[in-house]
Write a new protein. Structure first.
Length: 339
């Protein structure tokens, strides 16, 4: 396991139910805390999880490697591990975000348009940065705090290779954790990434006192926008209607355990985005994903009013109530418009 965030620790404990686990952290303080106290991120670490600072030890002793680090640090992580990887390894990542190839000297916040060839999923990054052929991703409604409490959950492992899905299932499946398989790697990845934006919007609605009708409208109409972006990026739509899509969307749009939902809720209470980000202990992937989705929508002239409104509220100082009023006035007659 690569990554000692909340989800990385929760996955390590899940994996430990079926075997011994090596958990990699790059932070000396985390290493010492786990060694001394057996706790991290408010989770008790299984005795079958051994923490290490040694990349080579991970690659020497483990065939299955599961990276769960932020999208911003994913490529650099792969570059540091790559010298120790070989074709016998299996990589299944658990990161929900994009890697963007920006012009030299440019930052994401300065980008209004984005071409398809500038965007990479984490599986594509693993392909570019390693010689490992057997790759996959893990995605689904997997709120780390619920998994840490032992509550039942399920996930999807997507890969071109049946062997990767089988090995992932054997490593993770337990009486409390169901694992499904898919060959639609791109669809599963995109669904897991894009739903983070809608979770922010759902937190806003909740904070403003709106009820289940408004949330249902957001989820269904937002799913339509996710599918449109996914198709433009080259994926099929099927994955968006499974666990990694609608399943994850429902969970993160309904739970205060979701970091993205929490950001939206706090924004609706009058806090600024910079204040919230300074206070968050872990990365909120939906923030940058909203920038990326809006730039793609601008470039390819996609009909994504919810994502566009969210971008205006987050980054263009639009009043949330005005944004909602404009959405309600949007002249769109078709219901299940997924074409």
């Amino acid at each position: 396991m690569i990554g000692s965030g909340s989800f990385g620790v929760a996955l390590s404990n899940l994996l430990a139910e079926n075997g011994d686990v090596l958990l990699y952290t790059r932070r000396q303080s985390v290493y010492e805390q786990v060694r001394e106290k057996g706790f991290h991120k408010n989770q008790k670490i299984s005795p079958k999880v051994n923490i290490t600072l040694d990349k080579e030890e991970i690659c020497r002793n483990c065939t299955l490697i599961v990276p769960a680090v932020t999208s911003a640090g994913f490529r650099s992580m792969m570059r540091t591990f790559s010298p120790h990887l070989n074709p016998e390894h299996i990589l299944i990542h658990a990161t929900k975000g994009f890697n963007i190839d920006l012009p030299e000297g440019k930052k994401l916040l300065e980008i209004e348009q984005l071409q398809r060839e500038q965007l990479r999923t984490m599986t594509q990054v693993m392909m570019e940065e390693s010689i490992v052929p057997r790759l996959g991703c893990l995605s689904g409604p997997n709120l780390s705090k619920e998994i840490a409490k032992g509550q039942p959950a399920a996930t999807v492992i997507a890969s071109r290779f049946d062997e990767v899905i089988r090995v992932g299932k054997e490593a993770l499946q337990s009486p409390r954790f169901r694992v499904y398989g898919s060959h639609d790697v791109l669809g599963v990845e995109l669904a897991g990434v894009l739903k983070n934006c809608l979770a922010i919007a759902s937190g806003m609605l909740n904070g403003m006192g709106f009820g289940e009708n408004a949330k249902a409208m957001l989820i269904t109409r937002g799913l339509r926008e996710m599918v449109k972006i996914g198709k433009m990026l080259g994926s099929e739509s099927q994955a968006f209607f499974g666990l990694a899509g609608i399943g994850d969307l429902i969970a993160t749009c309904s739970s205060k355990l979701s970091r993205n939902f929490t950001v939206g809720f706090r924004l609706s209470q009058g806090e600024t985005l910079s204040e919230i980000m300074d206070d968050m202990e872990e990365v909120v992937e939906g923030i940058n994903t909203t920038r990326i989705a809006n730039a793609l929508s601008n470039t390819y002239n996609l009909d994504t009013p919810i994502l566009n409104m969210l971008h205006e509220v987050l980054f263009e100082d639009k009043d949330l109530r005005i944004g909602l009023q404009e959405l309600m006035a949007n002249d769109l007659d078709l219901d299940a418009d997924y074409d």
